[in-house]
Ligand binder design. Structure first.
Ligand code: PBG
Ligand code: ZN
Length: 374
């Protein structure tokens, strides 16, 4: 192997192609040395200033792998799952190819496969048999999520079990809290969220994840858990949750589209980054053990800034619309599904996420072992 035969074919296309290629062929000895430049630098007959050869570490797959700054691991991935009541029930979700609503027994089946792949955990969302204006079902110990949690506990899988805490999947109006007139009553919602969190903790959750964006929800849930003796159950706060068009497919899956109005009175304006950090600081102060941002792809700046500011573990949720965009483009052959997925997830980790919630959690482990020599 000679230096020139390896580098010459890819030299073209960078700068002035012909000149660069011929310079590469002649450069058997470092050109820099001849003109008295430091070894680490290069020069070319065309360059009037010294330049760095950052391409050296990109020349081969093994070098790239050696110096890669961000590595994904199955252990950091959390798979969101939609749980419905019943047995042997599997309902594919149209806008989320590959995803389905599952009854608790099938949740355990899938969880067993995910655990075998080394995936880190699950995030459970419940879709109850019946909804009501107060979202009573959210705290029902016989609901689909507590049922799935008990079965998962019994299966003793090496997975962290998280349960989403919100009312919107359980209310007839699809709002995240108790509705009073045309408003959502923040303080009337808090005890309901705490009640749901306690029900999930008692059914076997390791982590509860409040997503309602009610003020004080983390403090209320912490107090509720502690009063119930669940002092060891962690809170993963959906701290910075922007009001996003990217939740559309999820709402189809959970049948939780608001019947009137929208979620802008509680979810954050997507234009706000400083406010996002304030929300995160408040949740940390209320006792959150981990802080989440979502959607992931629109929150990379928030993640990067949060990484500098907080020592708590950070999570990012690659939401349903992010999945839908990827799957739709891949289906049309417009992008390479696997490469695009890994690139997106890697960028989320690079921005500062320790934990990534992604509907692709079941696909990624195999990709990572195949891609080892990228
Ligand atoms: C419930 C909740 C939502 C998501 C997570 N928790 C929907 C919403 O706020 O409308 C979105 C997740 C996704 O889109 O994948 N509050
Ligand atoms: Zn909600």
């Amino acid at each position: 192997m000679t230096f020139t035969s390896r580098s010459a074919p890819v030299e073209a296309g960078r700068g002035s192609a012909g000149a660069a290629a011929s310079a590469g062929v002649r450069a058997q000895a470092p050109v820099g040395a001849a003109v008295g430049l430091p070894d680490a630098r290069g020069s070319s007959p065309l360059a009037t200033v010294a330049f760095e050869r950052t391409r050296r570490l990109r020349a081969t797959a093994s070098r790239r792998r050696l110096v890669r700054e961000t590595r994904l691991s199955p252990a950091q991935l959390v798979m969101p799952l939609f749980v419905v009541p019943g047995h042997g029930r599997r309902e594919p979700i149209g806008s989320m190819p590959g995803q389905a609503r599952l009854s608790p027994d099938l949740v355990v089946e899938l969880a067993t496969r995910l655990a075998g792949l080394g995936v880190g955990g699950l995030m459970l969302f419940g879709i109850p048999g019946e909804k009501d204006p107060f979202g009573e079902g959210a705290a029902d110990p016989e609901g689909p999520v507590p049922e799935a949690l008990r079965r998962l506990r019994a299966a003793d899988l090496p997975l962290a079990l998280a349960a989403d805490v919100c009312l919107c999947e359980y209310t007839t109006h699809g709002h995240c809290g108790i509705v009073s007139g045309d408003r959502i009553d923040n303080d009337a919602t808090l005890p309901r969220l705490a009640g749901a969190a306690v029900a999930y903790a008692q059914a076997g959750a390791d982590i509860v994840a409040p997503s309602a964006m009610m003020d004080g929800q983390v403090a209320a849930i912490r107090a509720g858990l502690d009063a119930a003796g669940a002092t060891e159950i962690a809170i993963l706060a959906y701290a910075c949750k922007h009001a996003s068009a990217l939740y559309g497919p999820f709402r189809e899956a959970a049948d939780s589209t608001p019947s009137f109005g929208d979620r802008r009175s509680h979810q954050m304006d997507a234009a706000n980054g400083r406010e996002a950090l304030r929300e995160m600081a408040l949740d940390a102060a209320e006792g959150a053990d981990m802080l989440m941002v979502k959607p992931a792809i629109t929150s990379l700046d928030v993640l990067a800034r949060a990484r500098e500011r907080f020592d708590l573990p950070l999570a990012a949720y690659q939401v349903s619309g992010e999945l839908a965009m990827l799957e739709a483009a891949a289906e049309r052959g417009w992008i390479d599904r696997r490469r695009a997925a890994l690139e997106l997830l890697t960028a989320i980790a690079r921005a500062g996420a320790d934990v990534i919630l992604t509907y692709l959690a079941g696909d990624v482990p195999a990709w990572l072992s195949e891609e080892d020599a990228r």
